[in-house]
Ligand binder design. Structure first.
Ligand code: M6R
Length: 364
């Protein structure tokens, strides 16, 4: 049932491409994203005043990418909140706000409670869910299913990618409905989004490089991830995955925040994984890399294939295929998942069933 893979997690990492195609493909009509299947109309999207995105763990990290995409492309204020915080924060929701609830299982207790609270407060809710007919899917006003298929490994991989895909489709449709981008612009971006699944292929083939990097860092006790914008959200996800399955402590930092405290922890040999896929802040992140290198950090830099990286700027460079910056999270996630996977394997951990964790958290 693992299809020849040693672990479900590795199998599911490799299933991402197909899952993305299944999630994106049927929702493109005449070259533009179409979400009418669930009943969301342009008329409604046009009148929105804000979007609140809520979830736990990996789903919440997908929401962060969604937030940035919505703000960048649709110019609509968007906020993210952890479900267990949202439900006890007496959230301020305006009548024109939409609450987007993200969950793979559709059964996470805090997320379901957040959904119910949003409805009680009179907000409309959109669920982005993988499991058909789950509690969250049934309780929301609208549901957009992610088509990842069953995810067995406790660490979420393919479900994250497809959550990103749905959030991108939503951001693009919103941009169109609100006139923030014209049809031509949305058409071009939709084409770029459709390219992402195939561009994951070379990264999946690149397992050897990532396995090698994991072997270089397998004995680390603390590791730092850093990045800006989308890369910061991906840092959080890369760090969560690593902690969850390899039990290595790590922290994710917005690259510009390092000098406000954390850089004091960086000394000779400290491992730092720097994410730098966003053209507009590439140089800024590179200067943060320089700061940690100066203090002796061992740096893995992940960047676009065409990025100009000065000689000696990083110890290792992982290059990602060329794609519009806004969609780079769909490519970046692959090496981050593989890194956590190989760290877990090399350290002899139970990859698919890490200690103390359950696939679906149905208790508080
Ligand atoms: O089923 P859900 O998407 O609601 O689950 C949310 C989190 O429990 C989940 O993403 C968790 O963080 C994963 N184990 C991370 O890999």
């Amino acid at each position: 049932e693992k299809g020849g893979y040693p672990h479900f997690m590795l199998k599911e990492i490799h299933e991402q491409q197909a899952a993305l195609q299944a999630t994106i493909g049927p929702r493109i009509k005449n070259g533009l994203p179409d979400l009418s299947e669930c009943g969301l109309t342009d008329e409604y999207l046009k009148g929105l005043t804000g979007i609140h995105i809520v979830g736990c763990g990996t789903a919440m990290h997908a929401g962060m990418v969604g937030r940035t995409a919505i703000e960048k492309m649709a110019r609509l204020p968007a906020f993210t909140q952890i479900a267990s915080e949202f439900r006890y924060s007496d959230p301020i929701l305006h009548p024109g706000d939409l609450v987007v609830i993200i969950s793979q299982s559709g059964e996470t207790l805090d997320t379901l409670a957040a959904l119910k609270l949003a409805r009680e407060k009179g907000a409309k809710t959109l669920a982005v869910v993988n499991v058909v007919g789950s509690s969250i899917a049934r309780a929301a006003d609208w549901t957009l299913y992610t088509h990842a298929g069953p995810e067995i490994a406790v660490a979420s991989t393919k479900a994250y990618s497809v959550q990103l895909a749905v959030m991108y489709l939503l951001a693009l449709r919103l941009a169109l409905a609100r006139g923030a981008l014209d049809e031509h612009e949305v058409g071009y971006l939709t084409e770029q989004l459709q390219k992402a699944p195939a561009l994951q292929q070379p990264l999946l083939k690149n397992c050897d490089q990532i396995q090698y990097l994991a072997s270089q860092f397998m004995n680390s006790t603390d590791l730092f991830f850093m990045g800006r914008g989308f890369d910061y959200s991906l840092s959080l996800e890369g760090s969560l995955k690593l902690k969850e399955i390899s039990y290595v402590h790590s922290e994710a930092y917005a690259a510009g925040e390092l000098k406000h405290g954390t850089i004091s922890l960086v000394t000779e040999g400290t491992p730092v994984i720097a994410l730098a896929t966003q053209d507009d802040v590439f140089e800024k992140t590179l200067s943060n890399v320089k700061e940690v290198k100066t203090r002796g950090a061992r740096v893995i830099l992940l960047c676009k294939e065409e990025a100009v990286v000065p000689e000696g700027a990083a110890d290792y460079v992982v290059r990602l295929p060329r794609l519009e910056s806004v969609f780079m999270p769909l490519l970046m996630i692959v090496p981050l998942q593989l890194f956590a996977y190989y760290m877990s394997v090399l350290r002899g951990c139970d990859v698919d069933k890490p200690r103390n964790l359950a696939k679906s958290v149905t208790v508080e």
